[in-house]
Design a protein around this ligand. Structure first.
Ligand code: 0JX
Ligand code: SF4
Length: 324
């Protein structure tokens, strides 16, 4: 352990800590767009604007929008007639906009365009009479949304290599695979390889459906984790892409902790830590990164280094309703 050094002249001298901050980290283009859709809707329609599901999986973001007049609900039946409603970045089953239309609700779709792209691929594969094997995490809203793009029974969810081994489609069944956008790049590659060996006729996306932000944040963690004694990942427990960052660090052999914000840090974690890695999931605001750095600087003499592994320039257009 690095015992705090005492200096009679200067008071407590904080032990040194090298902080390796991953880049890219934090907000992706889909999250920027989703938050902007809620903010602009509030300006356009006035409060309250309803949001179906957390716009992104981050309490800090959700609380900030609540303070501006957004009301978060889980289902459309909680939205009063005539109120505007925004669908979250994770996407919704087809039945949701259909119901909104039936009720005459003004709805804005904040589904990330990269999730919508997977939705369209799902429709196309069904039109081509292929059964879809979808790689994703059961119960996640993106999975519910993507599976809800096709008629029931046309898409089978697999979460692991073992799930693929247990599939019992006839050898010549026309098949396609698609994936959730926020999966582990490495685990998914193994699942897809297993699928391709078992069903050589299976077709899939040219590039995987895992999005650029997910891949970049995982690659960045691979750069900081090996040289760190511990990695902190800022993100929520229900944030798939954030949880994957913890796993990536652990696969590199470096213990990692998922924290919502600075107050979650137990100072005991830093005992014996000379180099600390830090990153943030795609739904975690940069303010929380600064908050964590400042908190750590209360205990340690921090030397900050940012490791840039990719530049991100992606920007997504807003829905047409908000442009005119
Ligand atoms: O749980 P996810 O990683 O899918 O969502 P989160 O944390 O809200 O991140 C931003 C939205 C991502 C959609 O793909
Ligand atoms: Fe879109 Fe990827 Fe961000 Fe999800 S993590 S909102 S898919 S860019």
């Amino acid at each position: 352990m690095n015992a705090p050094l005492q200096s009679p002249k200067n008071g407590a001298v904080k032990p040194a800590l090298t902080l390796l901050i991953a880049a890219p980290r934090g907000f992706c283009a889909g999250v920027d767009r989703a938050i902007e859709i809620v903010e602009r809707s509030l300006e356009r329609y006035g409060a309250p604007v309803y949001v179906r599901h957390e716009i992104v999986h981050n309490k800090f973001v959700v609380d900030g929008l609540k303070a501006k007049g957004a009301i978060f609900v889980e289902e459309l039946d909680e939205v009063p007639d005539g109120a505007p409603v925004v669908f979250s970045a994770h996407g919704v089953p087809k039945a949701v906009p259909a119901e909104a239309q039936r009720r005459g609700l003004d709805y804005l779709d904040a589904t990330c365009p990269l999730v919508s792209k997977v939705h369209r691929q799902a429709e196309r594969q069904i039109e081509a009479n292929r059964h879809i094997v979808f790689v994703g995490h059961s119960g996640h809203p993106e999975v519910i949304g993507t599976m809800g793009q096709v008629p029931e029974g046309m898409m089978t969810l697999v979460e692991t290599v073992e799930d693929v081994k247990a599939l019992d489609f006839a050898a010549d069944t026309p098949l396609a695979f698609l994936t959730q956008t926020t999966l582990s790049v490495d685990d998914t590659a193994e699942i897809v390889r297993t699928l391709q060996v078992k069903y050589p006729q299976i077709v899939g996306p040219k590039a995987e459906d895992i999005c650029y932000a997910t891949s970049n944040r995982q690659a960045a963690v691979k750069q900081i984790a090996p040289g760190s004694d511990l990695v902190l990942v800022i993100g929520a427990g229900n944030s798939s892409n954030s949880v994957r960052l913890v796993e990536v660090s652990e696969k590199c052999g470096t213990d990692a902790k998922l924290i919502r914000r600075a107050s979650d840090i137990d100072p005991a974690w830093l005992e014996g830590v000379g180099t600390l890695g830090l990153t943030a999931g795609a739904s975690a605001p940069e303010e929380l990164v600064r908050e964590v750095v400042d908190k750590i600087a209360e205990w340690r003499d921090v030397e900050e280094h940012t490791l840039v592994t990719a530049e991100e320039k992606m920007v997504f257009k807003l829905p047409r309703q908000l442009l005119d």
